[in-house]
Design a protein around this ligand. Structure first.
Ligand SMILES: [Zn+2]
Length: 129
């Protein structure tokens, strides 16, 4: 198992990568694990003073590759861009910018579960809104 501290550190790295691409992201006031997510890896929602991003607890498992965790964090962070709460044109455009400037990222709406090395989880989507 990895620690929440590690996830927080990766979150900071992803945020920096996105900013380096010139993508304007919103203020995330809460970043946490979410034990209630069953069929998605992450969630982004609007809360009183900004955005809350939460991750499926499976992200703590060491067998889930670091880059897959970062892909999920990036997916959720892109929802904090202006008019990007859905997976529409603007969100897709921001994802395309990130993937072209930082090719290590793969951002998509759905997730190929085999990439996670974690067959115990019933997941279809990268994200729920
Ligand atoms: Zn999403």
């Amino acid at each position: 198992m990895r620690t929440e501290e590690t996830l927080k550190q990766w979150y900071n790295e992803v945020e920096e990568d996105i900013r380096e691409c010139g993508i304007e992201i919103g203020r995330v006031s809460v970043f946490r694990l979410n034990g209630r997510l069953k069929r998605a890896l992450g969630q982004c929602k609007v809360i009183m003073n900004g955005y809350e991003i939460s991750l499926n607890r499976c992200m703590l498992l060491s067998k889930v590759p670091e880059q897959e965790v970062k892909n999920t964090i990036a997916h959720e962070l892109l929802h904090t861009c202006p008019e990007c709460m859905n997976h529409g044109k603007k969100w897709k455009a921001a994802a395309a910018v990130l993937m072209s400037r930082k090719p290590c990222y793969t951002i998509s709406r759905t997730v190929d579960v085999s990439r996670l090395n974690c067959d115990a989880i019933d997941l279809g989507y990268r994200c729920v809104e």
